[in-house]
Design a protein around this ligand. Structure first.
Ligand code: XMP
Length: 325
């Protein structure tokens, strides 16, 4: 029978046999796959592993800091933190089209990844959190005709983009390739990953950039981050985090009139998007208790400067999508 302990032991043996004395590069995202992967590799090969975390500036409030802190302080795994916030903001400055935003963010990700990997020296291997369902599709890897090995020609990031330049074709280490998602969660849990990572709600690669409709600016990012934090705090506090597939805030690039005290306000609306789903393919808007909605709304309008209205999205998927862009 399959046990996590046996899996971990076997995975470590395989990793050592495969990479020998060579160096391995790993891109951390903060999700359960890349976190579990990092843990296994570090246990197997120690500082032959280099973990890179690219901060695009589109993550939720406090998440980049927490991720780096968790790895360094709890796991004692060094993480190369790359602050690329300004570059990513610049690369989408003035862009309002959703697909164009995604495209530019994806390309910038590859550029930053490439630069970082070259700056840190030569790596023979790239560690990827490929799972069993991805192996079956196998679309993002090629087999080297000379050696018959699987090599990375793309970075399998949650951007799903990214032809790698020819001089950066890594060999792959994929210790999770026989696992399904629920098995990865079990392994993650068994090695001490906190529940907030093991059960993390899905989060899109372009992050908050696609939850600000229209142009993304530093000001709008700050507003959305603060509103989104309130949504999470109120949901978490009531033990509702696992009841929903996703719960988050979206910022609309329009303004409406309101009144606060005896002052007229003219500010952005925030949309609450809270859904239930089995797999993200279809979804239903969650029947969140009114009192929870009320607290979230009151707190956002009172605490987040620049917002004077909160609306609740009651559209299912289909015909709506979960994200707004
Ligand atoms: P939609 O908005 O299409 O989203 O209903 C379905 C699920 O996919 C997530 N999503 C993404 N995940 N990169 C990702 O890794 C992306 O670019 C992306 N866009 C949407 C979304 O959060 C939802 O869970």
């Amino acid at each position: 029978t399959w046990t996590t302990a046996a899996f971990v032991e076997e995975a470590i043996r395989e990793i050592r046999a495969r990479v020998g004395q060579k160096r391995v590069l790993l891109a951390l995202s903060g999700g359960v796959d890349s976190s579990t992967l990092a843990f296994l590799l570090y246990k197997a090969i120690g500082d032959q592993l280099t973990c890179v975390f690219i901060d695009q500036g589109f993550m939720r409030k406090y998440e980049p800091e927490r991720l780096v802190k968790l790895f360094q302080e709890q796991f004692h795994i060094p993480v190369e933190y790359v602050n690329a916030r300004d570059r990513f903001l610049a690369t989408i400055a003035g862009v309002t089209d959703p697909e164009e935003k995604r495209r530019r963010i994806g390309h910038e990700f590859i550029r930053v990844f490439e630069e970082t990997s070259k700056r840190l020296g030569h790596f023979d291997y790239l560690a990827q959190g490929t799972l069993y369902p991805d192996v079956i599709e196998s679309a993002d890897t090629n087999v080297d005709p000379q050696t018959g090995e699987r090599v990375a020609v793309k970075i399998k990031s949650h951007h799903n983009v990214g032809g790698l330049p020819k001089d950066l074709r890594f060999k792959l280490v994929e210790p999770l390739r026989k696992l399904f998602k629920d098995e990865v969660r079990k392994v993650g849990r068994s090695i001490g990953l906190p529940e907030e990572i093991v059960q993390r709600q899905p989060f899109p690669g372009p992050g908050l950039a696609i939850r600000i409709l229209g142009e993304v600016t530093a000001e709008r990012l700050n507003i959305l981050r603060d509103a989104d934090l309130i949504v999470r705090q109120e949901i978490n506090q009531r033990g509702l985090y696992h009841s929903y597939w996703q719960a988050f805030a979206v910022l609309l690039p329009i303004r409406s009139v309101g009144v606060m005290g005896d002052q007229r306000t003219y500010a952005y609306p925030i949309v609450l998007r809270i859904v239930t789903s089995e797999d993200g393919m279809t979804a239903d808007w969650a029947r969140v208790p009114y009192d929870v909605l009320e607290v979230i709304s009151t707190r956002i309008v009172n605490e987040v400067k620049g917002v004077n209205r909160v609306v609740y999205d009651i559209t299912s998927k289909p015909p709506g999508t979960i994200e707004w862009e």
